[in-house]
Design a protein around this ligand. Structure first.
Ligand code: FES
Length: 105
């Protein structure tokens, strides 16, 4: 049992390996990733500007922002390519049944 609340993100079948989608949320949208069958989640907003990372390209574990082509490691949130220099927040993810959940709080 996880600490914190579980936020439903998507079904496992909604997100094929190598893909990313945005989950709208009042407190800040979340990008959820399927990397080689494992699910990860980060805040969706690029730390460099007003861009949605879910609209970018997921290459391996690297998510590239469409705005200025900076990138982050989707597993760790660490910046990988400039102009991105500030890490993005990551969320712990749990898969229960066919549901993918972020652990919030
Ligand atoms: S807004 Fe994402 S790289 Fe500039």
């Amino acid at each position: 049992m996880a600490d914190g609340n579980l936020l439903f993100l998507c079904k496992t079948s909604d997100l094929q390996p190598g893909s990313v989608k945005r989950v709208d949320r009042a407190e800040g949208d979340i990008a959820v990733y399927n990397i080689d069958g494992e699910f990860y989640a980060t805040e969706d907003r690029c730390s460099h500007g007003l861009a949605s990372l879910a609209e970018g390209d997921l290459i391996g574990e690297e998510i590239e922002c469409t705005m200025h082509f900076g990138s982050f490691n989707a597993k760790t949130g660490e910046p990988m390519a400039p102009p991105c220099s500030i890490p993005i927040k990551t969320f712990k993810v749990e898969v229960q049944g066919d549901g993918v959940y972020a652990v919030i709080g």
